[in-house]
Write a protein that binds this ligand. Sequence first.
Ligand code: AMP
Ligand code: TRP
Length: 354
Amino acid sequence: MTPRVFSGIQPTGNLHLGNYLGAIKRFVELQGEMECVYCVVDMHAITMPFEPAELDRNIREVTAAFLAAGIDPKAHIVFNQSQVKEHAELAWIFNCIARMGWLRRMTQFKEKAGKRAEEASVGVFAYPSLMAADILAYRATHVPVGEDQKQHLELTRDIAAKFNHDFSARISELGLGEDMEMGDETVRGYFPLTEPIIGGPAARVMSLRDGTKKMSKSDPSDLSRIVMTDDSDAIAKKFKKAKSDAEVLPETVEGLEGRPEADNLVGIYAALADTDRAAVLAEFGGQGFGAFKPALIELAVEKLAPINREMRKLMDDPAHIDAVLADGSQRARAIAEPILADVKAIVGFVGARG
Ligand code: AMP
Ligand code: TRP
């Protein structure tokens, strides 16, 4: 299977440092290795309550963040999900492959639906099967994401494996797909079992106000997160106010155990500096936050301010952003269309390939 990277970000506002370090920065780095397809998943963004006028602004903001961070929309593909109808088509087919029990186990569904699951949209429940469709409409082999998406990627593999298994004979008959090792049998499969790319020092960036909670778009406190549109003053202020503890930094990574705020700030520093926690502690071990925080602020401003400036510039030219998305959508469609034609033929729909 051709190696290909796919990933997506929801245009739900408040794009933050966790999104940047856990996802977007890694999207940028993968461009040298494989063909990359990066998607603003606007259809996922309507699974929860939303405002249309904010949605279009947020779609442009995520696109601007991609470009400002260094994703090259000419060498790779940047687009929004709703412009490529194959995502919705494949999601429907996957809704008929995935089992109720699989989706009911998703922790993100449980968190989002909460105690009022009966009032949640059907879209929130079916969310992971649309996500699997995003990835597999391109037969993507690699998906960079933050830690919180691990379970959704396992489900994507389960859907791909069940599809391959259920339709194996038909896939061979049509001369499609390739032989794959599945456990101890070889199956003629159409979809790859996509590898997640999760890791690095910032796979799970925590709230600046509470080191035991994930940094999130929906935290009511603005001080809990650095957002990608924060200017240098805001970045400095939020790190100054970030919760820490009274001890000096340890010399080794083990010493961060039980110190979630220290662990988080050291992890953020490591990700921004392209190194790991051990190297940061080799430099700052034995020093207190009075010394560490100013260094962190200086580094964060150095790395984030240029992205922030470029994002603002791009946001002032929405026509340019829209043109990037239109062009990317057209090129995304060119990949997804023939794949959907194959899938429909495999399923047995008449007229799929004509
Ligand atoms: P979302 O905003 O939910 O669409 O997330 C976009 C990407 O950012 C996904 O790959 C997430 O896993 C990642 N992400 C979200 N929050 C964090 C966080 N606090 N730390 C690291 N990665 C995150
Ligand atoms: N569910 C992902 C998130 O909340 C967003 C997403 C949608 C995604 N489709 C995807 C991520 C496909 C990777 C690949 O962050």
